[in-house]
Design a protein around this ligand. Structure first.
Ligand SMILES: Nc1ncnc2c1ncn2[C@@H]1O[C@H](COP(=O)(O)OP(=O)(O)OP(=O)(O)O)[C@@H](O)[C@H]1O
Length: 368
């Protein structure tokens, strides 16, 4: 047999035509530039546009035959052609939340920046603005939403809808609430909780009766984790709200969080940043502002990353008290209550803008 070289292989492959358009697989660019020759053994990859292409098997077979026919039957090619796809078509899976218009993740790079406080108060504010709102607490490391809503000890009920047993979200202050804390024991070790979390979250999303919602908020765990991936794979997330305090450390983590969502494999739009604990105003001196954690850190980050600044929330003692007593501050007509209503309006605007400029979100499909 003559010595093999890549051109010879390509010439043989020009005899393989793609059914339907009459062009050969070489001119269609379907033969990857990875032809390897090792003695009589030849291997390379064929690239198809879609994983659903009906001709994958027959073209691989035709390529093997062409090489053995036009070069030599002694060439070892059978089983050595790899198949790759340019676009992996998402598997059509049913939308688990058909009645939900917008799904919004509330996330932070770092723990303790007030993400759950913002998520809970944003939910209450949106409900006060007249929207139908659901809030899922997916923070396995510190599920604090039940406490903020004062529903920690509420029993969870199931109801049967169309033959399926569904969890009934607890309704308080006009918000439907469920928490991972209801299913995963908060005293169990974090590692164990992590292993349980994906399944439990799936259940809270797909086997709960969320009904019709304008906004479904998800209080995500801080940082970047498998849970984030589970969520964007289970749901078509409309966009995320990133919460940060003005300190450099928090901002650096917020930047990482934003990078995770904007990564081309995840590609979830960032609706904007909320700067929490932006300043402190003593009750006795309402005109004074003390920038305890630095000034305008998140403002600068939003400018740098060209992401909207949705709101600046000051440090207020009553936020803590409200959180502890199960009565979110956004229920009040205080200045802070107003600040959260403004945040609600900014989020509604950001979602409308996003929906008018970008196609509907798709669930993230990853392939190993
Ligand atoms: N603007 C604020 N003013 C005063 N206290 C606040 C403010 N925001 C949050 N807090 C308090 O800070 C603490 C942490 O807030 P929260 O639990 O919302 O943070 P988190 O980022 O969700 O934390 P974790 O990562 O642990 O879930 C709580 O005690 C909360 O009441």
């Amino acid at each position: 047999m003559e010595t093999l070289y890549p051109r010879l292989i390509l010439d043989a492959l020009t005899n393989v035509r793609y059914p339907g358009n009459g062009k050969n697989i070489v001119e269609l660019g379907m033969v990857e530039d990875d032809i390897r020759i090792d003695g009589n053994k030849v291997s390379f990859s064929l690239i198809f546009d879609k994983s659903t292409d009906p001709f994958v098997k027959s073209l691989v077979k035709a390529a093997e035959t062409a090489i053995n026919t036009y070069i030599s039957p002694e060439v070892e090619i059978k089983g050595n052609i790899a198949v790759k796809f340019r676009h992996t078509a998402p598997e059509p899976r049913e939308n688990p939340l058909p009645g939900v218009k917008n799904i919004i993740g509330v996330s932070s790079g770092k723990g303790g920046v007030g993400k759950s406080t913002v998520a809970s108060n944003l939910a209450v504010a949106l409900a006060r603005l007249g929207y139908k709102v659901g809030l899922l607490d997916a923070d396995i490391f510190g599920p604090s939403v039940p406490k903020m809503f004062g529903v920690e000890d509420e029993p969870i009920y199931m109801e049967t809808v169309d033959g399926n047993d569904l969890i009934v979200p607890i309704e308080k202050y006009g918000v439907k609430v469920l928490s991972i804390g209801f299913l995963v024991d908060r005293n169990s070790p974090v590692l164990w909780r992590g292993a349980m979390a994906s399944r439990a979250l799936n259940q809270l999303i797909t086997q709960a009766n969320w009904g019709e919602l304008d906004y479904f908020l998800i209080d995500m765990p801080p940082g970047t984790s498998d849970i984030h991936l589970t969520l964007v794979q289970t749901l078509a997330v409309t966009g995320v709200v990133i919460v940060s305090t003005p300190q450099e450390v928090a901002l650096a983590d917020a930047r990482k969080g934003i990078a995770m969502f904007t990564d081309e494999k995840v590609n979830v739009p960032v609706l904007g940043i909320v700067e929490n604990m932006a300043w402190f105003t003593p009750a006795a001196h309402p005109d004074e502002r003390y920038y305890l954690f630095g000034r305008d850190g998140a403002v600068k980050l939003s400018e740098e990353l060209k992401v909207k600044l949705l709101a600046q929330i000051p440090i207020v003692g009553t936020i803590c008290e409200g959180g502890d007593s199960g009565s979110p501050i956004a229920l009040n007509d205080s200045i802070t209550g107003e600040a959260f209503l403004d945040l609600g309006r900014s989020v509604v605007e950001a979602v409308e803008e996003r929906n008018s400029q970008l196609p509907p979100s798709a669930k993230v499909v990853t392939h190993s």
